[in-house]
Design a protein around this ligand. Structure first.
Ligand code: SF4
Length: 261
């Protein structure tokens, strides 16, 4: 698939040497100023071109993941895709991860799993989610992702501003955990996502038909009523709204406390 604006892509190339010279926050601020009106494909191309081989897409293979995965495959199907297989996912998500990756031709999807030692010592009965969701997310999501990101200088997420109030000010580019983090779909709404998915005949996550507009681990995800916040089914009934993998402070573009891919 051709980029929507090749000129924009060329104009938006990151000067990597410059990025190394200035703080990540300054780099994120500059990229935000340059890319705030760019298309998702152009933002994605920026990240993949500037950080080729050292950038990974983090995907939950959830309700809206197919769009960004499709865009990524169109640019470079060998892009590393990090998938957090927490051990508590719905079977439908595991099936969808396999079938969608195959269909899109993604050749480097990496299944990240919790460390055996962490499970054995802190969650031997796999029921930590009942008593301590913070620690459960830490050992099943945060720690495996931190470890996997060690070999990358930048990462890409599929978060969108419309998903929840906590993501309403999500920037296009953030400085996070010592890396730049790109959010190419930040400005897109549900109508644009649906139109893109329809145009490319992308298969939906099977649980979206059963009232799950956001899909995480089975113990912590419930269906959502019409009109509710799309992420309100995540950790429903508790104050927790995010898993903690995104603790970034944006580069002057507003704080993002987003998490849970
Ligand atoms: Fe554990 Fe729930 Fe977090 Fe999954 S979402 S890692 S089950 S607390």
């Amino acid at each position: 698939m051709a980029f929507e604006s090749e000129t924009l892509v060329e104009d938006a190339q990151v000067d990597e040497a410059h990025v190394e010279d200035v703080s990540l926050e300054d780099a994120a601020r500059a990229l935000n100023a340059r890319l705030h009106a760019a298309s998702p494909q152009s933002i994605l191309a920026e990240a993949l071109t500037a950080y080729g081989g050292r950038v990974a897409l983090v995907s939950s293979f959830g309700a809206e993941s197919a769009v960004l995965l499709h865009m990524t495959a169109a640019i470079d199907p060998a892009t590393p895709v990090l998938f957090l297989d927490t051990g508590q996912l719905f079977g439908q998500t595991l099936d969808y991860r396999k079938s969608l990756a195959k269909r899109l031709g993604l050749s480097d999807v990496r299944d990240l799993r919790p460390a055996y030692a962490d499970l054995a010592t802190r969650d031997p009965k796999a029921d930590l989610w009942r008593s301590d969701t913070e620690t459960c997310c830490q050992i099943r999501k945060v720690a495996p992702l931190d470890l996997a990101l060690g070999e990358f200088d930048a990462w890409i997420t599929g978060r969108k501003r419309f998903q929840s109030q906590t993501r309403a000010r999500l920037p296009i580019v953030e400085a996070s955990q010592g890396r730049l983090k790109f959010n190419p779909l930040a400005a897109w709404g549900k109508a644009e996502l649906d139109a893109y998915a329809a145009a490319h005949d992308l298969p939906a996550h099977p649980l979206t038909a059963f009232g799950y507009p956001s899909v995480g681990c089975w113990p912590c995800t419930k269906p959502v009523e019409s009109g509710q916040d799309l992420r309100s089914g995540r950790w429903a009934g508790s104050e927790k709204t995010e898993c903690g993998i995104h603790t970034a402070q944006s580069g002057g573009a507003g704080q993002d406390v987003g998490g849970g891919i």
